[in-house]
Design a protein around this ligand. Structure first.
Ligand SMILES: Cc1cc2nc3c(=O)[nH]c(=O)nc-3n(C[C@H](O)[C@H](O)[C@H](O)COP(=O)(O)OP(=O)(O)OC[C@H]3O[C@@H](n4cnc5c(N)ncnc54)[C@H](O)[C@@H]3O)c2cc1C
Length: 562
């Protein structure tokens, strides 16, 4: 629940302090939180804590005569911590001149005379006016996670991408452009309560600040995942079915497996949803005539899988696999192993490395693989370039066109029709700020701290254009390095299954059983594969979902026979 805005009163005289607090509470206690402090220093501490938590402060009511720090001195220093709070000085008659001077010098909004009895006449009417005025301009603060960092830092990009893909709302504070970001970081560095990962008072960005005011500096994704409540450790050492990869294929398998009574574990290295979660609108998925976003599909699928009792570990990467008798054993990169009777490989594909001079250095600093929804806002009013002519590039162009001044799609081929669905081509044609450049390729990317220019070759000519955003959508490499030679793969690394497995003398090579491998079974019995990672699969959400669910049917058959 959103914290009530705070009214803070400060006085070194305990009796007066209690009386002011009582009167404030009586009138405003329902809508505001009333706090007190017995010195200017203590009050600054309270304000720092409120700022760290992102809690709003509506009013500061400080007595002028206090030892160490006067009311005016306190209110002056408080501007930095609670700039929008109304500042009121409580004075004795003798201090009226000082109070009037303070209105000009330190922008005090009002001064009130002691004693203020009866408050109905001498306190509330003035405070009512001030608080009403404050409410007019008050914008409730963001309640969730805040991320402080530099736009061009690959680490910051990774954290934002991770939170975004895991559908965790957050507020991005850019150190280069936001004073709020710099203030908050400075305050955390000064060493407030609850900060973690600090090294000698200096925090390494990116810093993730949680609603309770605590923070993690430059966190590992596993640590961050644990902190935001994701499940990263398996509950049991052994499962009926372990699925590697929580894209559409893996999620479908988890839903069917768990709903049909199998102890099912899904292990995902980044975030559930796979490539689909980066899709801004899936328009060809059955049953959703006006399309649905990849995030929406993922949210529904994750909920469904959990409802049936599937366990989902994320972020948790599988880095090795072996067959040990009837057990299929997986090694996790964070350490530890998990065993299962059946293993389903649904690790999908990733974009191919962009082999252009300078690309390696600028990855995460303006050059990105795939569309990162979290970059949309950052590209506002800028010129964005996309490389690739497939549906994923097309969708990303439509997405970025909402923010960018101009989006240019750079395609090698002579027309989009060679690689993109017609419905997307039509959409793109109807959007004024998308420009398709066919027969082109990027030959160089240049920048020091971040991407600054790209060179585009077209028809034997080259030209260099300024841009800070280049998104790559080329090729699809299977994510199968981790499984090595355990199962048969094709020349590109895609996994061979069922009828595609190599045969010799009418039999599948080195196949130990009397029966043939099932449709989605790999060269090792009890290891199945589904979705984009499979040799010659149809690269579509619906196909991945279909294969994931079919794989569960074969899992039952396999379990029945063993
Ligand atoms: C931008 C974009 C838009 C698209 N739009 C459409 C569309 O409109 N319609 C359509 O039908 N298709 C669309 N597609 C294609 C579709 O998203 C894919 O075909 C589909 O996601 C494939 O699902 P999958 O489960 O096989 O693999 P993926 O979606 O690739 O998921 C694989 C998952 O495995 C995880 N993983 C990989 N290695 C490991 C490991 N070692 N340990 C743990 N986890 C691992 C990955 O992190 C990933 O989450 C789009 C794709 C993109 C990129």
């Amino acid at each position: 629940m959103a914290a009530k805005p705070t009214l803070l009163t400060i006085d070194d005289d305990p009796e007066v302090l209690r009386a002011v607090e009582r009167d404030l509470r009586r009138k405003y206690g329902e809508r505001y939180r009333v706090m007190r402090a017995d010195s200017g220093r203590a009050a600054l501490g309270v304000l720092e804590e409120l700022k760290r938590r992102g809690d709003p402060v509506a009013l500061l009511l400080a007595d002028q005569r206090m030892p160490e720090m006067s009311g005016v001195e306190f209110l002056e220093q408080a501007i930095r911590l609670a700039p929008s709070a109304k500042r009121v000085l409580l004075t004795a008659y003798a201090d009226t001149d000082a109070a009037i001077a303070a209105i000009n010098q330190v922008r005090i909004h009002y001064y009130l005379m002691k004693p203020w009895d009866p408050p109905e006449q001498n306190l509330y009417p003035y405070l009512n006016d001030l608080l009403e005025d404050w409410q007019q301009t008050f914008r409730p603060p963001f309640e969730g996670i805040r991320v402080i960092g530099n736009r061009w830092s690959p680490k910051a990009h990774r954290v934002r991408d991770f939170l975004g893909r895991n559908l965790l709302p957050f507020h991005w504070l850019d150190l280069d452009t936001s004073a709020e970001a710099r203030d908050l970081l400075a305050m955390l560095e000064k060493g407030g309560g609850g900060k973690e990962g600090a090294g000698g008072g200096t925090l390494t960005a990116p810093v993730v600040v949680f609603p309770d005011g605590s923070a993690l500096a430059d966190p590992e994704l596993l640590t961050l995942g644990e902190r935001v409540g994701l499940r990263t450790r398996a509950e049991r050492p052994f499962y009926d079915l372990v699925v590697v990869g929580a894209g559409p294929a893996g999620l479908a398998a988890a839903v069917y497996g768990a709903s049909e009574g199998l102890k099912t574990l899904l292990v995902e290295r980044e975030a559930p949803g796979g490539q689909a979660v980066t899709s801004s609108n899936i328009e060809n998925y059955l049953g959703f005539p006006s399309g649905l976003t990849g995030q929406d599909l993922t949210r529904r699928a994750v909920m469904q899988a959990r409802r049936f009792g599937a366990e989902i570990l994320t972020p948790q990467e599988v880095c090795g696999a072996r067959a040990n008798g009837e057990y299929r054993v997986l090694t996790l990169s964070s350490g530890g192993e998990i065993s299962a009777r059946v293993l389903l490989v649904a690790t999908g594909v990733q974009y191919r490395r962009f082999e252009v001079p300078g690309a390696e250095l600028l990855t995460g600093r303006g050059l990105y693989y795939g569309a990162s929804m979290s970059e949309g806002q950052s590209c506002r009013d800028e010129d964005v370039y996309l490389v690739g002519g497939g549906n994923s590039a097309g969708q990303a162009a439509v997405f970025f066109a909402q923010y960018a001044r101009q989006v240019s799609i750079l395609v090698r081929g002579q027309s989009l029709a060679e690689s993109m669905s017609q419905y997307l081509i039509d959409q793109i044609a109807a959007i004024d700020n998308i420009h398709v450049m066919t027969g082109t390729k990027v030959t160089a990317v240049v920048g020091t701290d971040h991407l600054e220019t790209i060179t585009i070759a077209c028809g034997g000519e080259e030209r260099t254009v300024p841009t800070t955003s280049l998104f790559i959508f080329i090729g699809a490499e299977p994510r199968t390095d981790w499984i090595g030679e355990l199962v048969e793969r094709d020349e590109f690394g895609f996994i061979l299954t069922g009828p595609d497995l190599p045969r010799a003398g009418g039999r599948v090579k080195s196949w130990p059983l009397d029966r043939d491998p099932y449709l989605l079974e790999t060269s090792i019995p009890g290891i199945f594969s589904a979705g984009d990672v499979r040799h010659q699969s149809v690269k579509r959400v619906a196909s991945a979902v279909g294969e994931g669910s079919i794989a569960v049917q074969f899992t039952h058959r396999y379990l029945a026979e063993t």
